[in-house]
Design a protein around this ligand. Structure first.
Ligand SMILES: NC(=O)c1ccc[n+]([C@@H]2O[C@H](COP(=O)([O-])OP(=O)(O)OC[C@H]3O[C@@H](n4cnc5c(N)ncnc54)[C@H](OP(=O)(O)O)[C@@H]3O)[C@@H](O)[C@H]2O)c1
Ligand SMILES: [Zn+2]
Ligand SMILES: [Zn+2]
Length: 352
């Protein structure tokens, strides 16, 4: 074991602060990574503040962070695809059982025995896993991704969660040229959803509560922007969408979006608000519409998404911050004041 620097929360109400954690020495299957950038996902905030206590209660101290890009510093003797000095990335999972039918299909996000990057039982050290708000991490080679060299590193980090979480359902539900696609909520996930839907050739409509994001939405690839608090603007799109991706982190009226779907249209929730919400049965019955959810994506598809980004020159629009500003960044997330992802420059941890 060795000591690593990190930022952790000690309770649901305490701010994140400097801490020292233990990391395992790399085994023969492991890749040790010096973390260069880590994105701030709204899930980090939900988890740190124990807002998902019913599903995934938080164990403290909690070191969040699952949008990790870094430089390989050491590899185990059985590691094939990485060597010291390579760029590498880690997302929301660091392990799974590898034997179930989901793992065999490369759909590790559905494995009942996966290990998430933080706040999950750590098979090696006991306790729980610690995430990317840290100067280094040690991960099994199967869960380490290759990073296209042409992309900006700070902007790559958010692809590991915001990127794959929006790419995967769009591929699953057949977002292509000729489809009308809605993206609800222009935050970290939403802005990646817009970029992917546009790159896949769809007609993209952004739904936002923030009128001041309109120009950005168009720049990011939207064809139209709807201010969702304006009911007349909403109704103009009734019954017209093939697919809507809901990326909202807080309470909102999901049913009003279902009514915008056309026949056999699907709305997928990736946003994970704390509280359940009502859904009208008739909204789904008329039009044979469906409502579903989607978690991140498997390891092969995450690599596919990164390669797609390399080819299309897609990264997240980031505001790079030092780790010392992480608590301020969380407050800004709650005000939808992020353009469009915070990416922590981990060099700032050296001074702690
Ligand atoms: N399914 C998965 O695997 C997965 C993976 C990652 C994250 N998530 C979840 O996805 C959600 C979004 O994450 P994120 O990191 O993209 O968050 P984020 O950057 O904070 O963006 C959320 C956006 O939702 C909109 N919004 C916020 N409050 C709202 C309200 N009260 N009513 C309507 N719209 C509101 C805002 O967009 P506008 O300003 O445009 O309205 C805001 O920018 C979180 O719940 C997160 O936990 C799920
Ligand atoms: Zn995330
Ligand atoms: Zn499995």
């Amino acid at each position: 074991m060795y000591k690593a620097k990190a930022y952790s929360a000690t309770s649901a109400t305490s701010p994140l602060a400097s801490a020292t954690i233990q990391r395992r020495d790399p085994t023969d299957q492991d890749v040790q990574i010096e973390i260069l950038f880590c994105g701030i996902c709204h899930s980090d905030l939900h988890q740190v503040r124990n807002e998902w206590s019913g599903v995934m209660p938080t164990v403290y101290p909690c070191v969040p962070g699952h949008e990790i890009v870094g430089r390989v510093t050491k590899v185990g003797s059985a590691v094939k695809n990485f060597k010291s000095g390579d760029l590498a990335a880690v997302g929301c999972m660091v392990d799974s059982d590898r034997t179930c039918k989901e793992c065999q299909a490369g759909l590790e996000q559905f494995c009942r025995n996966f290990t998430l990057t933080y706040n999950f039982p750590d098979k090696h050290l006991g306790g729980v896993t610690y995430g990317g708000y840290s100067d280094s991490i040690v991960v099994d080679q199967r869960f380490v991704l290759r990073v296209p060299a042409n992309l900006n590193q700070a902007g790559v980090a958010p692809l590991l969660c915001a990127g794959i979480t929006t790419y995967s359902p769009m591929r699953h539900w057949g977002v292509t040229k000729g489809k009308k696609v809605g993206v609800v909520g222009l935050g970290g996930l939403g802005h990646m959803g817009v970029k992917f839907a546009h790159a896949l050739g769809a007609h993209v409509v952004v739904f936002t509560t923030s009128a001041n994001k309109k120009d950005d939405a168009l720049r990011l690839g939207a064809d139209e922007v709807v201010i969702s608090r304006n009911n007349d603007e909403m109704q103009k799109h009734a019954g017209s969408f093939d697919f809507i991706l809901d990326c909202v982190s807080a309470d909102h009226d999901v049913s009003s979006y279902i009514n915008l779907l056309g026949r056999d249209g699907n709305m997928t929730l990736v946003g994970a608000p704390e509280k359940p919400f009502p859904v009208s049965a008739f909204g789904l019955i008329f039009g044979r519409r469906s409502l579903s959810g989607s978690p991140i994506g498997g390891i092969p598809e995450t690599q596919e998404m990164l390669d797609f980004c390399g080819k299309h020159n897609i990264t997240s629009d980031v505001e790079v911050i030092p780790i010392q500003k992480v608590n301020e960044a969380y407050e800004r997330l709650l005000k939808a004041d992020v353009k469009y992802r915070f990416s922590i420059d981990m060099a700032s941890l050296k001074s702690e």
